[in-house]
Design a protein around this ligand. Structure first.
Ligand SMILES: [Zn+2]
Length: 81
């Protein structure tokens, strides 16, 4: 089973995008998680052991930046609700 979680990210300039996380937590198969950015510049990351990376670590790994104003995007840019 693959679970997909999407976080909405908003830059201080108002640019909006997403960080999505796909997690395979099926028993008896390899566990993994994958992070991808939509709407922002930055890498993607893939790690085993779901839950071992905090959001803060994910952001430092992906190092997202805003394509509009070039500001770095951090954990605090996640839009809640
Ligand atoms: Zn921006």
């Amino acid at each position: 089973m693959v679970q997909k979680t999407t976080f909405k990210i908003e830059c201080s300039c108002g640019h909006i995008g997403n960080l999505s996380m796909r997690e395979n937590d099926a028993p008896f198969s390899t566990q993994w998680e994958r992070y991808e950015l939509t709407g922002f510049n930055g890498g993607s990351s893939c790690g085993k052991d779901p839950g071992c990376m905090s959001l803060k670590e994910v952001f430092s790994e992906l190092a997202p930046t805003c394509p509009n104003c070039n500001q770095p995007i951090i954990e605090g840019n996640i839009k809640k609700g």
